[in-house]
Write a protein that binds this ligand. Sequence first.
Ligand code: PHB
Length: 402
Amino acid sequence: MMSSWSGVLPTRRAALGIAAAALFGSAASASAADGKLVIGLVLPLSGAFADQGQHYESGIKLFQKINGTKVAGLTVETVTRDDQGPGSGDLARRLTQELIVRNKADLIIGYSFTPNAMAAAALLTEAKKPAVIVNAATSILTEKSPYFVRASFTLPQLASSLGNWAAKNGVKTAYTIVSDYAPGVDAETWFKKTFEAAGGKVIGSARTPVTEMEYGPFLQRAMEAQPDAVFAFNPGGDVSIAFMKATKERGLQKAGIKLMVTGDVVDDNLLPAMGDAVDGVISALHYQVDLDNPANALFVKEYRAMFGAGAVPSYRVVQGYDAMALVYKAVEKTGGNLDGTALVDAMKGIKLDSPRGSLLIDPATRDVVQNIYIRKGGQKDGAWRNIAFDTIPDVKDPAKAP
Ligand code: PHB
């Protein structure tokens, strides 16, 4: 920092440091003394992706319903703020700051979207407050602050699994269609890298606006290139429903082109809105509702007790649930010490019996190591489902693998 000091004008970084000292100097863990653990939640609760915030919140509530609102003798309080979804990240940064300074949050759980997590990174570092990333999935995020721990997934985990699968299953050429921002670039890069290393060839690519709802022209151009397969990523909700419906309307699969998507595009809870558009679609994800393990049996049972007998949880509910599980375990490990650095250190190496299967926080990268399930869309018990036919165990973020 000092090497970039230039005369009387403080650099941006120095200015940030000064501002942080002023802002956070008095914010140090007041709540441990009053017997509270305060968790700030920064989630999209309005706008095009409002459903996502509700899913994470449901997961957090479900975890507390099962495990209670006390940990290591502390009463757990959550304070929720709406970051309104993807954008510049300015709002997410401001909300994060307010939660830490005004609400005395000991840590944050949040960020569905990469730009929001990215914008908060420097602030979290200066404040020395941990943030458990509830979804944002661009690989590099965890390198942007030593206080980030990820409870979700990385796009390279999913895209590389599909790139390898495609090359081994007769796909020779592919065309990629991804949302035009960091996670989309990660998905495109890692699909291409793994697919081509195994002998395939990407013959064309398109990047679409993050909230695109009209995929017809993009699909038309992809079909004209006549690839064996289309690989796609887009960030869930109505955007992914629009994408999947457009593939059906354009007759992509009817034309003999295989469709492969990152599993967030065909999240279990979106399938009723997509109908037979998911027929035959290959996807990769770290969770699906019918996983056969004791943690998932409990999770689904309690979810249905909360939301109704036929309710199908989004994978995002699991991420909220696991984020909370990580926090509880870390606070147990520190014996109720809420110092931010102690909490991050405690999260390193934690293993959870998650509804998704076993989950490990890689102590070296603070990223999640987990099973990736390869699935095919089909009918089961009279409904459209993602039917898993392969499990790739203990996948690390390939972008960080040595
Ligand atoms: C992200 O912005 O990192 C992101 C958002 C939604 C997804 C996946 C990744 O479904």
